[in-house]
Write a protein that binds this ligand. Sequence first.
Ligand code: GLN
Length: 194
Amino acid sequence: MLIGVLALQGAFREHRRALAKAGAAAREVRLPAELEGLDALVIPGGESTTIGKLMVSYHLLESVRELAAAGLPVFGTCAGLVMLAREVVEGEQPLLGLMDIRVRRNAFGRQVRSFEADLDLPLLGKEPFHGVFIRAPWIESAGPGVEVLAEYQGHAVAARQDNLLVTAFHPELTEDLRLHRQFIGMAASLTPWR
Ligand code: GLN
């Protein structure tokens, strides 16, 4: 299992480390050629406007969009969730637009830019998942094909749609590998994705 980690900006090193600990080989992706042969891709947190602009200038937006539309499993965290969304509530920015979700950026307000909270995430079992939220988005609305996996204060903060998995928080900043393992398992079950 070879998983790419989009490494243009943001917390890509932490994802690489988490994937390695969870038993998957990981490759940093900065060029379209580095997408070749991947079983799955992670889009990390960071700043989605920056990641989007860099994806355009590195000719990655189109290629990632095509691969994911063809079935490549993709895990987007925080800014990665924003990148995967069909739409953001305010503003214009380059998006992959693959997941049927409408996303509010920096949704939890200025006064609580960052916080941590234990989340009920039944897909992973009874043990709550410790969510690290950093200027996090939430999913404002989701289409019928989207399965919401966790909510915080009534807002969807983790979801899945076919080959796409997203969280508004940063599992790579904790020692809990369950979400990375879940994604690796999901990717394995979808292999070969084309
Ligand atoms: N606020 C950032 C954005 O909208 C996301 C923050 C993060 O990835 N930690 O892109």
